[in-house]
Design a protein. Structure first.
Length: 121
């Protein structure tokens, strides 16, 4: 079932076996805030993401799809799996970077059912 996330029509379910995927990596510099907007930067949606706070002293924070920010303690990480992710906003600590590794899938204009029928004939 398609859904709208931050104004984008998402036709791909996170566990869709007919969708191709790859990974992308982003690094947020120490002491900065950056928004990774997957449709604009990669022409895709993220379906999983791993966020790693490389700052050994300070906490960082992140927000997924405009939801309230979640704090990430120093040196810790958070995985977000099987979701439809349009954007992630990360605020890195003052002394270290935040690394984001995301699994992305192209923006499809058809549904999983349609792709399954086309692939199988």
């Amino acid at each position: 079932m398609p859904q709208v996330v931050q104004g984008y029509l998402v036709n791909t379910k996170p566990s869709d076996t007919t969708a191709e995927s790859t990974y992308v990596s982003d690094v947020v510099a120490a002491g900065t805030t950056q928004t990774i907007h997957y449709p604009a930067q990669y022409r895709s949606f993220a379906i999983s993401a791993a966020i790693k706070n490389q700052d050994g002293t300070n906490a960082s924070s992140f927000s997924v799809n405009g939801q309230p920010a979640i704090s990430l303690s120093s040196g810790s990480d958070q995985n977000i799996n099987n979701q439809s992710i349009v954007s992630i906003t990360v605020t890195a600590g003052a002394l270290g970077t935040c690394d984001i590794l995301a699994q992305v899938t192209p923006i499809y204009y058809t549904t999983e059912s349609t792709r399954f029928t086309q692939d199988r004939g």
